[in-house]
Design a protein around this ligand. Structure first.
Ligand code: GUN
Ligand code: ZN
Length: 436
């Protein structure tokens, strides 16, 4: 329904392109007294300066956020639903953390009742952090993915998820087989893929926990369902990489394992990608694959420092997203995640501006997910998935704004000092789903 329904007033920030490539002037629109017009159907009809609001939109019901920032909701392209309780579990490294904390917790998700309760908490938490869309892992259990899809559908939100596939090196309670993985995944695709705002992601956990037979089945599923996404983990920790080398002695490197089973491509998402060689980056780039940077997780698990400039080399740029990786990640907040990405870049001698960072968390992630027709910024026709940010949410932020001189300063302080306290409100398809 294209009828105008309501207005949101505030300081609107709209990323139209990548500031790293196009420069700030060509990629960031900022109206200190801005307004968004939202349709009955939850789409954006108009956005710009309030002074220029067309007459036909005047007098509509209005949520007035004064000088708070209104922008596109955050997109989290790598997060684990069944890990919502296990943030801050101190493992020795990735593999130890998986064995001691993660697999036992994920085994609980065979229970539909448990998963259903968890899904509501998980989605509430995303909204409380201004995250309106996610590419999420579920547990190995079909019922877990089924439950998360149903909960997301009820909320009218954009959600991409899938049943995790894993058939070795974990407790029986979290293992499937190549056959059940293929059957359960295809059932879930048939039931949920492209239903409303939902999409299916074929989800082999990582090469360590999938046999050759299962990776073969994964490649077949991807070929049969080319419209689905594929998500997994790649080159996160030294122990993991050594294990993969032993398991697949014929492979040139870790990326080559996934390549061999035809899992690279435009719809493929590889979390972490910290220790990638030049050859691996070339293959990832030419296949159109995306590597998802998860800085709070990498620091917490001691996995290593992601190198944004190595991945983004102009002659073979690998597509990059940025995500929380809860529960290896230590925060649901994309603000904290961007702040951590800044620090990781600093430790690598690299630079990320606040404009770069907020672009990545919104339109950048949307483009990688091929969802930018519907989400990622405030363009007319997109869903009104919106976050309202309070740059003065805490005493520390309030003081900081006294010396902020421009939008870059304000956004930078929000990503370094902000968290869920800076989320004033969250909207999904034009409906307010969270009020801080
Ligand atoms: N690699 C395989 N599984 C996982 C997981 O659950 N979290 C992280 N961070 N890495 C993984
Ligand atoms: Zn992960």
């Amino acid at each position: 329904d294209q009828t105008a329904a309501k207005l949101l007033r505030g300081a609107t920030v709209n990323f139209t392109d990548n500031p790293r490539l196009k420069g700030d002037d060509n990629s960031v629109q900022y109206e200190t007294k801005g307004v968004i017009v939202i349709s009955e159907g939850g789409r954006i009809l108009w956005q710009g300066a309030f002074a220029q609001l067309p007459d036909g939109f005047k007098g509509l019901p209005c949520d007035d956020y004064d000088d708070k920032i209104i922008m596109a909701g955050f997109i989290d392209p790598h997060i684990h639903f069944p890990q919502y309780r296990i943030l801050a579990a101190p493992g020795k490294d990735l593999l130890d953390w998986l064995n001691r904390f993660t697999f036992p917790e994920e085994s609980r998700y065979s229970s539909e009742e448990y998963a259903a309760k968890a899904a509501e908490i998980f989605l509430d938490r995303l909204f409380a952090n201004g995250t309106t869309s996610a590419l999420a892992f579920c547990s190995v259990h079909k019922t877990c993915a089924d439950t998360l899809f149903a909960a997301a559908e009820k909320r009218g939100m954009s959600m991409i998820t899938g049943k995790t596939m894993m058939d070795r090196l974990a407790p029986d309670a979290v293992l499937d087989t190549p056959e059940t993985a293929a059957r359960d995944s295809q059932d879930l695709i048939n039931k949920w893929d492209n239903k409303g705002r939902l999409k299916y992601a074929i989800t082999p956990r990582f090469a360590v926990t999938s046999t050759d037979a299962q990776l073969q089945v994964t490649g077949d599923l991807y070929k049969d369902n080319p419209d689905c996404l594929m998500q997994t983990h790649l080159s996160e920790s030294p122990g993991e990489i050594a294990t993969v080398q032993k398991q697949f002695p014929w492979s040139e490197d870790y990326t080559d394992v996934y390549d061999h089973f035809n899992l690279l491509g435009e719809n493929s998402f590889f979390a972490h990608g910290i220790h990638l060689s030049e050859r691996e980056c070339q293959r990832l780039a030419e296949s159109g694959s995306t590597v998802v940077h998860c800085p709070t997780s990498n620091n917490f698990l001691g996995s290593g420092l992601f190198d944004i400039d190595h991945l983004s080399k102009p002659e073979r740029p690998v597509g990059v997203g940025v995500a929380t990786d809860v529960g290896g990640g230590t925060s649901y907040s994309m603000l904290q995640t961007l702040g951590e990405a800044y620090k990781v870049a600093m430790l690598k001698g690299r630079k990320i501006t606040a404009h770069d960072a907020f672009y990545l968390a919104t339109l950048g992630n949307a483009k990688q997910l091929k969802q930018d027709k519907d989400i990622g910024n405030l363009e007319t026709g997109k869903y009104a998935d919106i976050v309202v940010l309070d740059p003065k949410a805490t005493p520390v932020l309030e003081s900081r704004q006294e010396v902020s001189e421009n939008l870059e300063d304000v956004l930078f302080s929000l990503m370094v000092l902000g968290d869920d306290r800076a989320i004033t409100a969250t909207y999904v398809a034009g409906e307010k789903v969270y009020q801080g």
